[in-house]
Design a protein around this ligand. Structure first.
Ligand code: ZN
Length: 234
């Protein structure tokens, strides 16, 4: 019998295209998969409401319902609000900062998320922590870098006396590659599910349905998603 600690994974699951693909990636590999979502007063909070339909839809694919375990949610809104407003959590316009980062950047956000996720994984006996961080389309977020994730893995393992493995299946692929990965994992039904129910738009708009899903069509997240879809389809 396989040790469940070796086969369990916790997926950082926001309800976006990337994390939905990561959830499918984990369900294809691990016997036990749980999810965690973080509320932090993001203006596209609609993203969080996409999580349940995506989980439900994925459970119906490949008999993955045998593998999909509980969902955890953590409200980090008050903590991050105390750090200061950014465009992701306030009504300010999304612009580029002097450092070349979009004003949506919450400093070190993924470091906080990974630390909370590791604490949950510790409690739940899950060895793998899966996140959609990516250097290819990463908009310059330093906490999405491969070196950052490797350093976090080391810090978490030392600090919690565990052997967690931080998996980032999207690290070296672009958004077209992410659609291709979804197709490889779950075929057209998974692609259709992600198009219909995942959310990327920074503005939280779900009134307009494009071939690649719902969104305003013009914000940086929509532009990235559309460009990847177009490259994948061509
Ligand atoms: Zn948008």
């Amino acid at each position: 019998m396989t040790d469940p600690i070796d086969t369990g994974a916790l997926v950082l699951f926001s309800g976006g295209q990337d994390s939905a693909t990561c959830l499918a990636w984990a369900l294809a590999r691990f016997a036990r998969v749980e999810t965690v979502g973080f509320a932090y007063g993001q203006r596209h909070e609609v993203e969080l409401s996409c999580r349940a339909p995506l989980r439900h839809g994925m459970a119906a694919l490949h008999n993955w319902h045998h593998r999909l375990g509980p969902d955890h949610t953590i409200d980090m809104g008050p903590a991050l609000a105390g750090i200061g407003a950014t465009a992701l959590t306030s009504e300010a316009e999304i612009t580029m900062t002097d450092e070349g980062l979009p004003s949506t950047f919450v400093p070190g956000r993924n470091l906080l998320f990974l630390t909370y996720a590791a604490a949950i994984a510790f409690r739940r006996g899950l060895k793998h922590i899966v996140g959609g961080m990516c250097e290819t389309d990463y908009s310059g977020y330093p906490d999405c870098r491969d070196d950052t994730i490797k350093a976090m893995q080391l810090a978490l393992n030392l600090g919690m006396n565990r052997r967690f493995v931080l998996d980032t299946p999207l690290m070296w692929i672009d958004k077209a590659g992410t659609w291709a990965l979804a197709h490889a994992l779950g075929g057209q039904p998974l692609v259709d599910l992600i198009v219909e129910h995942s959310h990327s738009c920074y503005l939280g708009t779900r009134t307009t349905r494009h071939p690649w899903g719902y969104g305003c069509g013009t914000c940086p997240a929509c532009a990235l998603r559309e460009a990847g879809w177009t490259r994948w389809c061509s």
